[in-house]
Design a protein around this ligand. Sequence first.
Ligand SMILES: NC(=O)c1ccc[n+]([C@@H]2O[C@H](COP(=O)([O-])OP(=O)(O)OC[C@H]3O[C@@H](n4cnc5c(N)ncnc54)[C@H](OP(=O)(O)O)[C@@H]3O)[C@@H](O)[C@H]2O)c1
Length: 253
Amino acid sequence: MVQTQIAVEGKKFLVTGGTKGIGRGLVLNAAAAGADVITCYRSEDESVASLVRELKETPGDHHVVRADVGEPEGVRSLMEEVRTRFGRLDVIVNNAGVISHIPYANLALDEWQRILDTNLTAAFLIIQESLPILGPGASIINIGSKSCEVGIPLRAHYTAAKAAMVGLTKSLAKELGPQGIRVNVLAPGVIVTEAMLALPPDQLEAMKVRYTAKTALARLGEADEIAGGMLFLASDLSRYVTGEVLHVDGGIT
Ligand SMILES: NC(=O)c1ccc[n+]([C@@H]2O[C@H](COP(=O)([O-])OP(=O)(O)OC[C@H]3O[C@@H](n4cnc5c(N)ncnc54)[C@H](OP(=O)(O)O)[C@@H]3O)[C@@H](O)[C@H]2O)c1
């Protein structure tokens, strides 16, 4: 029989980049589903205090820590926190991501490196450091992007990093599968975030019109809808799913 209850209760989650955008939705939904969650961020701003407040109102053992996963030192301090607080991990969600829009001719090596450090190298380091505390049944979820399949001008560095995340995922699925560890990509389409809503009204409107027209469901996505995919990949409902890319994108092309 299929177990229909989404079983993440009591599971230990690490979600990187959880104070804003999609990550915030992932953290709050995991906590609301009964998981214990550690998340991290870089910038001290109101989003941190408000997330801490919301998590305090949600049962469970939750922690919001400052750690820049784009730096190996930041990953080390985050993982120290995870080992001290939880001692084990059941679910890792590599969500922290950065983007910039730069013509390829002007793309500086520093900027290429910055985008790869957070979007790709952080996942490599976090998964490697987590191996000793990941047990059978653990699930690693790497947040990808539809954009790496279709390509987008001015985002060669970002889409290269996201495409590499797919290769990392598929190889690790085979390498870690015999230990009962699953590894998948969760690939959002265009999701409404605080950063998007902060755009000047004319730019926001133009963006909504452009991407709505490309999307089968004729609307942009919500962070909670990405959380639905995360809960599926985190739970035993997906226990025979690994090395996959789960698109949660409203049918965007
Ligand atoms: N939004 C979309 O439409 C969309 C579409 C496809 C894929 N994605 C992917 O989804 C993920 C989340 O994107 P988003 O749009 O939700 O981003 P966002 O709104 O910019 O939020 C990013 C979150 O990650 C944190 N973060 C960024 N860099 C970090 C670092 N080096 N160390 C620790 N925390 C860091 C940010 O905290 P600080 O502000 O403190 O740095 C923030 O909490 C990314 O991997 C992105 O590529 C997004």
